[in-house]
Design a protein around this ligand. Structure first.
Ligand code: ADE
Length: 300
């Protein structure tokens, strides 16, 4: 049996990230679906009685050339990203009978958007020390924002533009630490000009990305502002009820998303700064981290 793509896989798999295929155990438990099909739960054996949970993405040798390129792009970005507590890290990759498997850190509490919507429905009540039920504290939401900003600041240091910053692409681990995930659209670049006609997350895009197909760290800052809005609206849909064309026209005229009900003025001010028309006038992620850190401390 000849594995058709073995030579391609070897180019990307050789080295420290290569997993011994006998150490990867796949389950049938589905964690969601990405561009390339199902993400499934798995385990990676570390030693005789140690195994860690992983989320496994797979790519069959019958996939389209475009999917293969995108899959390998994401794997290469993950290798560059390295380790950070607020990024879903690569565990390793291998190929088994023509299918490539990429094992990522497992995040038990799923994606941030779904979690926020569960909060909105009153699924979680946090007991304070008087044992009366209080709604989810502002400090929990601020901590999510700080975690994501820290993860994105790490990407800046690695010169990676994420290009798909949104609550659906943030995952929560068992300690509710938020981690940036989904590097399918990411680029290792200072400025990326999109040339092909592929689908884009329009409601999260900065004007220069929407109208000039230009992506930089500062356009990630705009998207982070939309993510802040998602957090403080507890999983709301940005520009809900507007068609793409209407949204574009309003943005051009200078309109912005309104302040969510439970959002404090200082937080809304931060969103508006992220949505500055001029990319260079938006705050940097390093500054956002410092300010969010202070807001978290003040809220506790
Ligand atoms: N769904 C997609 N990726 C995941 C991950 N890393 N952990 C848990 N669920 C996921």
């Amino acid at each position: 049996f000849q594995e058709p793509e073995a030579h391609v896989y070897e180019q990307v798999l050789n080295g420290p990230w290569e997993l011994n295929k006998y150490n990867l155990i796949l389950t049938t438990e589905k964690l969601g679906h990405g561009q390339f099909g199902m993400v499934k739960k798995g385990y990676v054996k570390k030693d005789r009685d140690n195994r860690i949970n992983v989320a496994v993405k797979s790519l069959k040798s019958t996939a389209s050339e475009k999917d293969k390129t995108d899959f390998i792009n994401e794997l290469n970005i993950l290798k560059k990203v390295g380790h950070h507590p607020n990024v879903v890290c690569l565990v390793g990759a291998c190929h088994i009978q023509g299918t490539m498997y990429v094992a990522m850190e497992y995040a038990k509490n799923g994606d941030l958007r779904s979690y926020l919507r569960k909060i909105r429905k009153g699924k979680f009540h946090i007991y304070d020390n008087t044992s009366s039920i209080t709604p989810v504290q502002n400090s929990v939401l601020l901590k999510f924002a700080l975690d994501v900003a820290s993860g994105l600041n790490h990407l800046v240091e690695k010169q990676i533009i994420h290009r798909d910053v949104a609550a659906r692409n943030v995952l929560l681990d068992d300690n509710l630490i938020a981690k940036v995930a989904d590097f399918g659209l990411s680029k290792h670049d200072d400025t990326y000009i999109k040339t092909s006609n592929t689908r884009v997350p329009v409601r999260w895009l900065a004007p220069e990305s929407l109208f000039n197909a230009t992506y930089t760290t500062q356009s990630d800052v705009w998207s982070f502002g939309i993510l802040l809005w998602e957090i403080f609206s507890l999983g709301g849909t940005p520009y809900h009820g507007l068609e793409t064309q209407q949204m574009c026209n309003l943005l051009k005229q200078g309109f912005r998303l309104r302040r969510p009900k439970k959002c404090e003025p200082a937080m809304y001010a931060m969103m508006l700064q992220c949505w500055n028309e001029r990319p260079m006038s938006r705050p940097q992620f390093s500054e956002l981290c410092l300010r969010l850190q202070r807001m978290v401390e003040d809220s506790q």
